[in-house]
Design a protein around this ligand. Structure first.
Ligand code: ZN
Ligand code: ZN
Length: 176
């Protein structure tokens, strides 16, 4: 059984965790799954950590590591929530600095990278993207073209989240 991550419920499906017999850089154990996403710390880890060391905070404590840089959390999100997201939740890899989305005073659960086809099933998330990219001087046609070009494995990519309170889907997109 993998640990429970409220803000990243299925890190195997999002590509941030993979099955591996490698020993964890932190606890030295071979737990069967390692984390393959970014770790922000001084220096570089010699190998990948297991996700139990992420869940219990030992990776963060030992290496003063962050799994994601949370710089834009709304003021109504509790400090402990931000710490759990920063230091005890698997991150993910984006084209640019990864972002975390928030809703209803809480962190939203990360569901994974998505392209145009998957995004079509989440019209609320599509609207958040349309709104965000409508404010930068793009015409409605340019925004439509951008949304149509979204690619789960390519570039640009959208990152899908779901609010843990109201269930709304949210997304942001980036590109190289
Ligand atoms: Zn470990
Ligand atoms: Zn909400």
């Amino acid at each position: 059984m993998l640990p429970d991550f409220a803000y990243h419920p299925d890190p195997l499906s999002t590509g941030s965790v993979k099955a591996s017999d490698a020993a964890c850089v932190c606890c030295g154990q071979r737990r069967g799954y390692v984390y393959t996403g970014p770790v922000y710390c001084v220096g570089t880890l010699a190998s990948e950590p297991c996700i139990w060391c992420i869940a219990d905070g030992s990776l963060a404590a030992r290496y003063d590591a962050e799994l994601i840089d949370v710089c834009d959390a709304p003021g109504n999100v509790p400090r402990e929530t931000i710490e759990i997201i920063r230091r005890r939740t698997p991150g993910f890899s984006g084209w640019q600095q990864e972002r975390r989305l928030f809703h209803c005073g809480d962190g939203a659960a990360f569901l994974g990278p998505v392209g145009a086809a998957k995004l079509a099933a989440f019209p609320d998330a599509r609207e958040t993207l349309r709104f965000e990219h409508s404010t930068g001087g793009w015409s409605p046609e340019q925004v439509d073209d951008f949304l149509a070009a979204l690619d789960e494995d390519g570039d640009p990519t959208a990152y899908l989240f779901r609010c843990r309170t109201c269930g709304a889907h949210l997304a942001y997109a980036d590109f190289t």
